[in-house]
Structure formats: C-alpha cells, structure tokens
Design a protein around this ligand. Structure first.
Ligand SMILES: [Zn+2]
Length: 462
C-alpha cells in the first residue's frame, strides 16, 4: 500500500514537471534575429531581439543591444517579421453559428470560439459593439481574465443604445432584440440614467445608432444623443456612433462622439465637415469590408481554412445579390462609383485628422468573418492610399489607445507578449500580414493547428 501511494505520487509529480516545462509562464524566452515592427510607426528594427518573462516583454531592441538573461530559452526568428497582435474595436460576436445565425447561438462557448478565430488570425483583442448582452459579457470577461478559458483573443464589449425598434440592421436586430442587448431610449433623462447604470458597472464605452435606414427606422434625436454623450463624458466613457450619411456624421461629430463607426459612401465629404473633423479629430473605423464582395469568392485558402466547406460552397454557388449576406455573382454595376467615392472620402478623412482604427463589423455573416476580415480591412486602407506602416499603427497601437488597453498595441517593455510572427514583411506588401508563422498570446504560442483541427471536427459532426 505505501509503495502504491508513492508510485501514484511520483506519476502525478512527473506529469506536473512535464506540464510546467512546456507551459511555464515564468520561463524567460528571447526571440532573436527577426525584423521587429514596433506598432508605433517608428522604423522597424532589423535583426532585433526581445525578451519575454512572465508573459511580458522585458527588453526589446537591436540584437546586440539586448542583454539575454542567464538560462533564457532562445527562439531564432531570423528571416521573420514580428508585429504586435492586431486589435479590432468593432465586431458583433456570438451570433454566427456557420450552419445558422442568431440569438440561439449566443453562449459563452460560441463567444469563445469567435475569439479563438480572431486569435488564429493574429487579433489579440476584440471588442463586441452594441450587440452583446451586458451581464453575461461582464461574466465572460471575468472568467477569461481568471484563466477559465483556453487561449483566445481578449474580449471587450460595450452596450448599445437606440430608439425602440431602431438601431441594428435587419439581420443583427433579430439577435439583439431576443437578447435585449440594446438599451431602448427615446428621451434624454432615461438615456442619461442608462448611461449612469453602465458607468456603475465600470463600462468604458457605449454605442449609439443614428440612422433611419432610409426612413424605415426611428432615428435617435439630437436631444437624446447629446444627453448620452454628455453623461458618458461625465463618467469618462467613450461614445461610438453608427452614422452613415454626411449630415448625420456632421451632427454626431459636432455633438462630441469619440468614435465614428462607418465611412460616408453616398456623397463626397464637403468643406464644412472637413473643418469639423480638423477641430474634433474623432477616432474612426472604416468598416469597408462589410460592403465589399467577400473574399470567399476568390478561392483563397487564407480565408477558407477556418470556414466549414459547406459554407464556402454555398456562398460560391450563390450568384444573386443578397443585401447583408454574401454572394459571388457578377460585380455590382455600382462598384466603380462606390470605389471612387470611398477613395476620395477615405483620403479626405485621413488628411483632416480623423484617427483611423481597425474595426470590421465581422460576425454579421459567414462570408465576412472573424479574423480574416481584419486582414481584408487593412489591405483595403493601403489600396486607398495609406502606407502599410500607418495601416499597422491603426491596427495595433491606436486601437489599444482608444480601448484603454494599456498592455497591448506595441512591442515595448512592460507590454503583454501578444505578437504575430510573419514569414514576410508587411511593410513591403500589406498582404504579407497573411503570411502568419505563429501567434503568441501572453508569451504562449497559440496552437493554431489544434484550432483548425477543432473546426474541421465540428464541421464533420454537422
Ligand atoms: Zn457594427
């Protein structure tokens, strides 16, 4: 009996030793020889090194300038490029089920799955905007911070506010209505009370919709959004505004919203608006990809690999245009006009000082999905005239700033070691962000193959 006890003890101890050797969070690792893109727009460090201890970066610089702590493990990144993990400030998480879409899919396991998809593609923090129910989301954040879930993109969220029967588009509205994810307000005082209740829960941002969807929805009145913005700012909260027309964007930026969610696509920006932008310098997510033809049409394995084959086949086989759902028919006859307007307005927004941040609206449908949408969006910016270096800042450092995440966004001392190793340099060609060799979250390498295997397995059982 004593002998058996001893044996049992040693087997257990042995397995703990193996576990801690491979996943010891306190281990010191030096990543050396790679090109380091810091994320703040500075010139890359060629032949750089950085040290990670306890999941945090403790030194970064040229290889010859970084002291390697004794006993550190070494990872050779010669020929690779390292950039900070991207941050998406605008998605709609939890509803996509790939064989179905809706509130019935909204559960912690599905939220986690979407965050794993973001992480798979190098997105290390993801914010669900206006469509995630508040209390379950707070619980999810707590559980994730406590380490109860496997590695995934860090979850952030904000509640939404809209007039009764207004707000999200016709697809998203079905989900948010069932889950009561949007606070319905039609007067200033109740709107202020709703914002105060959010502040009491330590919520940092709120989303408003200012849109009548071509006369089919009630639109939030200036009285209500002015009250929301004022109350939010009193509590140091930020207001994100969905506004898609020129008059609405002018009005909400003038009223002081902090983040614009869309780009005006129906008309050219005028001098009056550009003057308002120069004065207010709002943050701004372009959400261009949502209106683009899905990359699923392009037979690109980068996008397809994480999607069920059935979903890919269905989208490719659909040729009739479906508003708010993907198809692969002929290009819209309006595509050239849209592109011209987009290029004009994008460049004007940048020149006027609007502060670009990555946001995709992913999660609305499977053709435009978590993670791959981020790579699509930043490549579109570069197509429209941005430099790859500026695109990377807008996908890393600046979204960390707007979301108030102090430990993400750059490769710098003190930051969490959340980074992406690439096989090619995205400063040469922004599409090289797709050449992912590995993704690290808090200093631990994400098992991307295991995630792909999980998604394939789920697909087989469907
Ligand atoms: Zn959205």
């Amino acid at each position: 009996m004593p002998r058996m006890t001893m044996l049992a003890c040693c087997v257990v101890a042995g397995s703990i030793a193996v576990y801690s050797q491979s996943r010891d969070p306190a281990a010191t690792v030096v990543y050396e020889g790679g090109r380091l893109i810091i994320g703040d727009g500075s010139a890359p460090i060629e032949g750089g090194s950085f040290v990670v201890q306890n999941g945090r970066i403790t030194a970064v610089g040229r290889k010859d300038a970084v002291t390697v702590p004794a006993g550190a493990a070494r990872v050779d990144l010669t020929g690779k490029t390292v950039m900070p993990g991207m941050i998406d400030v605008h998605v709609h998480i939890g509803y996509e089920g790939y064989t179905s879409w809706g509130a019935e899919n909204y559960a912690p396991q599905n939220v986690l799955d979407h965050l794993q998809r973001e992480a798979f593609y190098g997105v290390v923090a993801t914010q669900s905007v206006g469509s995630s129910p508040t209390d379950p989301s707070i619980q999810f954040q707590r559980d994730q911070a406590a380490g109860k879930f496997p590695p995934a993109s860090r979850f952030l969220f904000m509640p939404g506010m809209a007039p009764p029967n207004g707000g999200p588009d016709a697809v998203l509205l079905k989900g948010t209505t069932t889950l009561h994810a949007v606070n319905e307000v039609s007067a200033a005082e109740p709107a202020r009370a709703a914002v105060r209740a959010m502040a009491e829960k330590n919520i940092k941002s709120v989303k408003i919709w200012v849109d009548d969807r071509r006369g089919t929805y009630p639109k939030m009145t200036p009285e209500v959004y002015t009250a929301i913005i004022d109350e939010a700012h009193t509590h140091r909260m930020m207001v994100h505004a969905h506004a898609t027309t020129l008059p609405d964007q002018k009005a909400v930026v003038r009223a002081g919203v902090d983040v614009l969610v869309h780009t005006v696509q129906s008309e050219k920006l005028d001098d009056e608006y550009l003057a308002i932008l120069r004065d207010k310098k709002p943050y701004w997510t372009t959400v261009i990809g949502l209106g683009d033809r899905t990359e699923v049409c392009d037979n690109d394995s980068f996008v397809d690999q994480a999607l069920p084959a059935k979903v890919v086949a269905t989208i490719r086989a659909t040729v009739e245009p479906r508003p708010l759902a993907p198809s692969c028919g002929p290009r819209s006859p309006n595509a050239a006009t849209r592109e011209e307007m987009l290029a004009y307005n994008f460049q004007k927004m940048i020149a006027a000082g609007a502060r670009l941040v990555l946001g995709t609206d992913a999660g609305i449908h499977a053709g435009y999905t978590f993670g791959s949408a981020d790579h699509h969006e930043i490549a579109r910016w570069v197509q429209l005239g941005l430099t790859p270096a500026d695109a990377i800042v807008a996908a890393t450092e600046r979204p960390a700033e707007v979301m108030g995440i102090a430990d993400l966004g750059t490769l710098a001392v003190g930051k969490s070691a959340d980074f992406v190793v690439l096989n090619a340099n995205p400063l040469d060609n922004i599409r090289n962000t797709r050449q992912i060799a590995s993704v690290y979250l808090r200093g631990a390498r994400l098992d991307r193959d295991a995630l792909l295997a999980k998604w394939k397995k789920t697909e087989m059982s469907q």
